[in-house]
Design a protein around this ligand. Structure first.
Ligand code: ZN
Length: 576
């Protein structure tokens, strides 16, 4: 770190000195200057600035107008930010990149308010989809529509005709929000061999009009007729076609993240194939934001695969790194999967699930040591977290250096108060997601009871006060990838819809919450010399926002707009 400060100071000095140095005068000039801004640098030495000058993807000056304009050359691009708020780009510390992509490829009808709206969504999708390719979606619910569907309506369902008219060349499969029925268009029914003569299968129902013709709705076991046709289509796709589909999802995920101010994304679990594809994209200069990935496979596969070129560090000009392994000790609280020290309050005979044998996680930890990789263990329940901390404690007796390897508890959601100080003592990072707290709030007290919920649920404040590194993120596509929603949850612990507040004494300050989304996740990835604050020498990754996240009122956090997202000095998103 020192050397970078020194290098930056020298660069600035040389630039200012200009012709005073011996030899030919070389004036350092910036590629771009971002100015007239309220810059929150996340650098304690110089917390505020007015502008930033960038060259070759890195910051060469941060400061007032004289500091940045001293580096202005003839070809410097100038960005007047008109008083907007600038901070280091958001780093999502735990989410699923290809999962986010897939969720964006499929249509989502959770917010659709009429059948006509759904038909219009399918029509728009069909216009951009090659003929013959299936269009899939989920989340429709006829009870949530503002108006009844026009034309024939059976049991409140529409018939397929308007849908089939806009998708004649594409089979369409739209899953109900409940998962217990689906809607198919004429082409999908044709491929499935469904006609008026098809009998209802046992345990299922094909909805029909007065003449006996299927209207497109298949309930329960009748869904298999359409699902089988879709599975046959997938089975017929080549590896190359599947990769193209994956790539299309990745492009959507990139666009979505940049639109929401994310400049780095920590992917919580990819296959070896995906990691090879990411590396390839990075090396070809085709990634627009930076990825840091955990590999997630069985012990056997990792034991073999990791000997081939791992860890992968800073591929493609620091756009892709894989230096971590993912494992998991338990499931999630909502489904009684979190592994607890004591039984669930609303399920007194049950203490949750241990999903990977502790001995296997032990072996994976050895693997991580051997390959100099970080170990990131999914641990939601207090028992899962204690077991993970115990694994680290046991190993560090033999290998003290493990405390510096920045291993991570992914979620670290429910903790026994006795374990909170152990995070800092053992160097274990609490990789948390602010928005999970408010999403889960309606059922946490039911599951854990008041005492456990108050003392150890989403205990960011206690962890920070005990010296732990706490990172932030969204677990997208489980939650919306929007960092502002998670930031809001982190500083208010309040649900925007119902106003329910979950133990507000654990809230972070604005400054701490920004840190949890910038410097802390950079540190948690061994990337703090490149990312996480805006200082000379670091990558010029930043976000420009319409509100000052340090001073705006709580409600305005949710109204904040991302005006610009900058990665390596290049404007990758700009609000129109
Ligand atoms: Zn996850």
């Amino acid at each position: 770190m020192k050397s970078i400060h020194w290098l930056g100071a020298m660069v600035a000095l040389l630039a200012l000195a200009g012709g005073c140095t011996s030899g030919p005068a070389v004036k350092e000039t910036a590629d771009a200057i971002f100015y007239n801004a309220v810059v929150h640098t996340v650098d304690p030495q110089q917390p505020k600035a007015w502008g930033i000058a960038v060259k070759a993807g890195r910051i060469i000056a941060v400061g007032d107008s004289s500091a940045v304009f001293a580096l202005k050359g003839e070809n410097t691009r100038l960005h007047n930010l008109q008083g907007a708020f600038v901070m280091p780009g958001f780093i999502d510390g735990h989410a699923h990149f290809s999962g986010l992509g897939a969720s964006l490829q499929n249509l989502n009808f959770l917010k659709s308010r009429s059948w006509d709206e759904i038909v219009a969504q399918v029509a728009a999708k069909a216009a951009g989809t090659p003929k013959g390719q299936w269009i899939t979606g989920r989340g429709w619910h006829q009870e949530k529509w503002d108006s009844a569907p026009g034309g024939i309506s059976i049991d409140g369902y529409p018939s397929h005709h308007t849908l089939s008219a806009v998708s004649a060349e594409h089979p369409v499969l739209l899953r109900h929000a409940s998962g217990h029925s689906l809607f198919a268009n004429a082409r999908a029914m044709e491929l499935a061999g469904v006609s008026a003569e098809t009998p209802d299968p046992a345990g299922g129902r094909i909805l029909r009009d007065s003449k006996g013709n299927p209207i497109g709705v298949f309930e329960e076991r009748a869904m298999a007729l359409i699902n089988d046709a879709y599975d046959a289509y997938l089975a017929g796709l080549s590896d190359e076609a599947l990769k193209q589909e994956w790539l299309a999802g990745i492009a959507l995920a990139e666009e979505e993240c940049l639109r929401k101010g994310i400049t780095s994304f920590q992917d919580a679990g990819s296959s070896f194939d995906e990691i090879a594809w990411y590396k390839d994209l990075a090396e070809k200069g085709e990634l627009d934001l930076r990825l840091w990935a955990m590999v997630r496979r069985s012990y056997g596969e990792m034991n073999e695969g990791l000997s081939k070129g791992f860890p992968i560090l800073n591929a493609g000009d620091r756009f892709f790194t894989c230096r971590a392994i993912k494992s998991e000790l338990d499931g999630a609280l909502g489904a009684f999967g979190a592994w607890l020290l004591k039984p669930y309050s609303d399920n007194p005979d049950f203490s949750g699930q241990n999903t990977t044998l502790v001995s296997t996680v032990d072996s994976i930890a050895e693997l991580a040591m051997r390959h100099n990789m970080q170990l990131c263990v999914h641990a939601i329940g207090d028992r899962a977290n204690r077991v993970f901390l115990d694994i680290v404690a046991r190993l560090s007796e033999r290998r003290p250096e493990i405390k510096n390897m920045r291993w991570r508890s992914e979620h670290a959601q429910h903790l026994d108060p006795a374990d909170i100080p152990r995070f800092a003592q053992l160097g274990v990072i609490a990789s948390m997601q602010g928005v999970h707290c408010t999403s889960d709030a309606p059922f946490v007290v039911k599951r854990l009871g008041d005492d456990r919920a108050q003392k150890g649920a989403y205990a960011w404040r206690s962890l920070l006060d005990a010296g732990a590194v706490v990172t932030n993120g969204t677990d997208a596509p489980v939650e919306d990838v929007d960092p502002l929603l998670s930031f809001y949850a982190t500083v208010t612990r309040r649900r925007p819809d119902t106003g329910l507040i979950f133990y507000p004494e654990q809230a972070l300050t604005r400054e701490e919450a920004i840190y949890s989304y910038t410097y802390a996740p950079a540190y948690a990835a061994f990337e703090e010399t490149d990312k996480g604050s805006l200082i000379v020498g670091k990558l010029a990754d930043m976000v420009v926002l319409s509100n000052n996240l340090l001073t705006c009122n709580d409600d305005d956090i949710l109204k904040t707009q991302v005006l610009m997202t900058v990665v390596g000095g290049a404007v990758k998103y700009q609000r129109k």
